[in-house]
Structure formats: structure tokens, C-alpha cells
Write a protein that binds this ligand. Structure first.
Ligand code: SAM
Length: 295
């Protein structure tokens, strides 16, 4: 435990230093995940940052050692969840259940850029808090012209009317969303940073907005995140976010029951059941949550 805590403190000091050295102050978690996508060919290079590089490369030796030992790694978990969400969204589009995407807390994810490059007619609205939106918009503009249907907007994912108003606007604007057409609402790397009541409130508000579509994100439960490893992992994450990581539910069944109680038809699936994963041990630490309309 002490070693995990020491590592967390070293990381926190590094983040402080990197933030002071960085030309802009983006959220540390988004810097780390953003850099992970860049380093693994999932985002353009300019979606990375000085802070992200400092965090990514300082944790790299430990991650390589852990992977060689067959243990779960943060990076392996992140890549598994990101690929699994991509796969679900692509399948939903291919099967005609989703005609537009809203990504909550998009950070520096490259998904919006990748999907709108592949599907230029797909309405894709990335959303986050103001500073992150400004940074994302700058990075997208640097890449040159992008699809007219690809926007980045300020939206607090947990505000009472923001998401509702955005969906109403999109339904009025895009004919493919008329009459209950499907919307994918993505919340990646968001839910475990907020308490259960806040997350359940989001679920409750999201269900009526989906039409034939799906709410999708990642969720950690207690049963797959116990032991010393997760103590180290939580120390690292806690340092990144300077706050508590919330593990709301004991297991998959409890999370699915909570989604039903909020009016949704939800399931948690393992990333390995959705797509190929590079590190099976890491993929087991996270669930892909999918929720649809109708309990
Ligand atoms: C761990 S990062 C994940 C970013 C991205 N989804 C990814 O996977 O790379 C968390 C993101 O949540 C955003 N965020 C935090 N609180 C938020 C809120 N209330 N509404 C919207 N976004 C929020 C942060 O700005 C940050 O971009």
C-alpha cells in the first residue's frame, strides 16, 4: 500500500510540474487518455500535449513490466474500452439503429475525427467543459476543413437541461433523427469520477432521448477491481483527477438493476466479448455499459 501511495505522490508532483510547464491547462485525465490514443495510432498527433506526454512516458516502464508479468495495466484497460466502444458504435450505425452521435466529456479523444472521416454525413457532436472544448476545436481546426456535421460544443454532462436541449435541437435539424431515429450518446472515462446519485440521474435523463439508439460508456465494478493492483491503480487515478474514484456497484447484476430502476434496458459486457483486445487481463477490469430505451 505504501509503495502505491508513494507512486501516487510522485505522479501528483509530476502532474503539478507538467501543468506549470504546459502551455495550456487541460484536464490531466484527458491529457493522459488523449496521449494514449495518439501513441496507439487512434488520434492525430496534435491531439496530444506536453502534459500527456509527461504522464504517458513516466508511467510507461511500470506498464511494460506489468504487461510482461501478465498483470492488468491502465493502458491495456483504456485501449480495450476505447476499441470496444468504437466497435459498438460502428455496428449500431451499420445496423441502422444510430443516425447521429453525441459524445459527452469527449476530451481529446480522436473518435469524432475518425468517425466523421469515415462517415462524413454522420452528425457527430462532441461535448465537454469550456477549456477542453476550446482546445479540441483548435486541434480539429489545425487538421483543416472537417465535416459540416462535426461540431464541438460546451455541455456540462450533468446539467439538468443541457443534453435535453441539445437533443431537441438535433432532432429538429436532422431529418434522419425525426420520428424516434436513433442517437448514440457516449460517456467514456466519465462515470467513475462521479457519485452514484449523479450517474443514476444522468441515466434517468438519457433514456428517453435515445430513440432506437444507445447510451454507451465504461464502468468499473467492485468485483473486478479488488486487491493490491487496484489500490495502485486507484492511487494513480486519484492523483490524475485529484479526487475520488467512485466504484458504485458490486457487480454487473447490481449495475444492470440500477439501470432498470432508472427506466433503461441496460447491460454490461466485457470488452473481450465485443472486439479483439490486446491485453485480456486488463480488459477484465472494465465493463462496457450499454443502455437502451425500455426496461
Ligand atoms: C478521463 S477524461 C476522458 C476524455 C475522453 N472521453 C477520453 O476517453 O479520452 C474526462 C473528461 O471529462 C470531462 N468532464 C469532467 N466533468 C465534466 C462534466 N461535468 N461535463 C462534461 N465533461 C466533463 C473532462 O474535461 C475530461 O475531458
Amino acid at each position: 500500500m505504501h509503495r502505491a501511495t508513494d507512486r501516487g505522490l510522485v505522479l501528483a508532483a509530476l502532474i503539478d510540474y507538467a501543468q506549470r510547464m504546459s502551455d495550456d491547462r487541460i484536464s490531466p485525465t484527458a491529457a493522459f487518455t488523449g496521449q494514449t490514443w495518439v501513441e496507439n495510432g487512434l488520434s492525430p498527433a496534435n491531439f496530444g500535449s506536453a502534459l500527456g506526454r509527461a504522464m504517458y512516458w513516466s508511467t510507461r516502464p511500470a506498464q511494460v513490466l506489468m504487461r510482461r508479468a501478465g498483470a492488468a495495466t491502465l493502458q491495456g484497460m483504456l485501449l480495450a474500452r476505447h476499441s470496444a466502444i468504437d466497435t459498438v458504435i460502428a455496428d449500431e450505425i451499420a445496423e441502422g439503429r444510430v443516425s447521429a452521435v453525441i459524445e459527452l466529456a469527449c476530451g481529446m479523444s480522436g473518435r469524432g475525427h475518425r468517425f466523421t472521416s469515415e462517415f462524413p454525413d454522420l452528425p457527430y457532436i462532441e461535448t465537454d467543459l469550456p477549456a477542453m472544448v476550446a482546445r479540441k476545436q483548435r486541434a480539429l481546426d489545425e487538421l483543416g476543413p472537417h465535416s459540416d456535421n462535426h461540431e464541438v460544443r460546451v455541455l456540462d454532462a450533468f446539467s439538468s437541461h443541457g443534453l435535453f436541449n441539445l437533443v431537441a435541437e438535433l432532432r429538429a435539424k436532422y431529418s434522419e433523427l425525426a420520428d424516434g431515429g436513433g442517437l448514440a450518446i457516449i460517456a467514456e472515462g466519465l462515470m467513475n469520477y462521479f457519485d452514484e446519485a449523479t450517474v443514476r440521474n444522468l441515466w434517468h435523463r438519457v433514456v428517453p432521448l435515445l430513440g432506437t439508439g444507445v447510451f454507451i460508456g465504461d464502468l468499473h465494478t467492485r468485483d473486478t477491481n479488488s486487491g493490491l493492483l487496484i489500490a495502485a491503480y486507484e492511487a494513480a487515478l486519484g492523483a490524475f483527477v485529484r479526487g475520488k474514484v467512485h466504484i458504485h456497484f458490486q457487480d454487473r447484476a447490481a449495475a444492470e438493476a440500477a439501470m432498470a430502476a432508472e427506466g433503461g434496458r441496460g447491460e454490461l459486457r466485457s470488452p473481450a466479448d465485443i472486439c479483439d483486445v490486446r491485453e485480456p487481463a486488463s480488459a477484465k477490469r472494465v465493463w462496457i455499459l450499454q443502455m437502451r430505451t425500455g426496461a
